[in-house]
Ligand binder design. Sequence first.
Ligand SMILES: [Zn+2]
Length: 76
Amino acid sequence: MTTTHYSKMLKQIGGKPGKLAKYNKHNVPRKRKFGKELKKCRRCGSASAPNAMFGLRYCRQCLREVAQKIGFKKFN
Ligand SMILES: [Zn+2]
């Protein structure tokens, strides 16, 4: 069975402590030290197109929307 987030399964398993322990052992995601999962957009949370430029942690779509509020100037 697949879900969008692992914690959704916890509601279904809740009343069964044995199943819960087994589920936690095998399915709870680890804390990551590096990788794509950590480089998410801080505005929308997408991991698809992070823009590391200037250390702002916006994706390219959000950077385009927010740029002028932050202080980027639009030429031409
Ligand atoms: Zn974004």
